[in-house]
Write a protein that binds this ligand. Structure first.
Ligand SMILES: [Zn+2]
Ligand SMILES: [Zn+2]
Length: 346
């Protein structure tokens, strides 16, 4: 398709994004062109927008930002057989190589040659996005595009939650940003006995309560470790989903874990290095700590779709829907913490 479109472009090595009129992307033989119906703002997008240290080392302008979206396939390349024009789709945002040892052993989510849309290649904060067709996931056409767009971070929440046993388990979620929030109804849907949520922002703490957390704790005001121990007869929780990246929350999470429990870590600590009491909090109690990278391809996507089909409701987490032009307001809402998921509509 020829013509131009509106897109949010990182034009130079500096903070901000620029709304520009650019060419509609070309479609290679294995690609599909998608008309974007909704695109949600992720923490990664905010890093790119604010031009933090990570972005400075990774992003090569000019580049269209954004990676979470839902939309309609408009055009496909000659070799594409898996999707067709008219399909409503979302996308796995990690483009993998299929030839490295990780890919060849079925661990595509940790491909060593991964490139990410909106990070390494042009993204979806635009009216159209061109993407390898194999990365597309066909949606139920009745699914709200905002919810469909949020399936990518929902996949992170599901991957983290289902990294260990959930049914009848007592689980703590440390950090209630959008993905931490999403993990709460996932845990409930999968039969968790008790869900404890910690978060310093009151707006998000209220959302956590609304989404079904049994106990919500503001660690700035109360000690989450003693509350979690008290709620579990002094034993500790079976699992911790670490969603905050806060060194303090990581340590508190380890201390509220029962011996033999698991901590699944999705949060990224800003300073990278975190000091923990390895002997007393990991080795002697025999707990396992695992980093969660992206979504298992494609197991997590089947789980996400299955949970949505079974009635999982993440609608309350989508707190703001704005036109694409109001991206700056969207980024401010993200930064304030007084938001769940912010969705842009091109
Ligand atoms: Zn994301
Ligand atoms: Zn690979």
């Amino acid at each position: 398709m020829r013509g131009t479109m509106r897109a949010l472009v990182k034009t130079e090595r500096a903070p901000g994004l620029t709304l520009q009129e650019v060419d509609i992307p070309s479609v290679g033989p294995h690609d599909a062109l998608v008309k974007v119906a909704a695109t949600s703002i992720c923490g990664t997008d905010f890093h790119i927008y604010s031009w933090d240290e990570w972005s400075q080392g990774r992003i090569k302008p000019p580049m269209i930002a954004g990676h979470e979206f839902a939309g309609e396939v408009i055009e496909v390349g000659d070799e594409v057989k898996v999707v067709a024009p008219g399909d409503m789709v979302s996308a796995e945002t990690h483009i993998v190589c299929h030839v490295c040892p990780q890919c060849k052993t079925g661990q595509l989510h940790t491909c060593i040659n991964t490139s990410i849309i909106g990070v390494d290649v042009d993204g979806c904060f635009a009216e159209y996005v061109s993407i390898p067709a194999e990365n597309l996931w066909i949606n139920d056409p009745d699914l709200d595009p905002a919810v469909a767009s949020a399936q990518e971070p929902l996949g992170n929440a599901v991957h983290t939650a289902l990294d260990g046993p959930v049914a009848a388990a007592r689980i703590a979620v440390t950090g209630c940003g959008p993905i931490g929030l999403m993990s709460i109804p996932v845990l409930k849907k999968c039969g968790a006995q008790l869900v404890i949520a910690t978060e310093v922002n009151e707006y998000r703490l209220n959302l956590a309560r609304e989404l079904g957390a049994d106990i919500v704790i503001n660690p700035a005001e109360e000690d989450p470790v003693s509350i979690a121990l008290e709620a579990t007869d002094g034993l500790g929780v079976d699992g911790v989903l670490e969603m905050s990246g806060s060194p303090q929350a990581i340590n508190q999470g380890l201390k509220m874990l029962r011996p033999g429990g698991r901590m699944s870590v999705l949060g990224v600590p800003p300073g990278r290095e975190v000091s923990v009491d390895m002997a007393n909090d990991i080795v002697f109690p025999g707990v396992s700590v695992r980093g969660i990278a992206g979504r298992k391809m494609w197991e997590t996507w089947y789980q996400v779709s299955g949970l949505l089909a079974a009635g999982l409701d993440i609608e309350p987490i989508i707190t703001h829907r704005l036109p694409l032009e109001e991206f700056e307001q969207g980024m401010e809402l993200m930064a304030s913490g007084n938001s769940g998921k912010v969705v842009l509509i091109p």
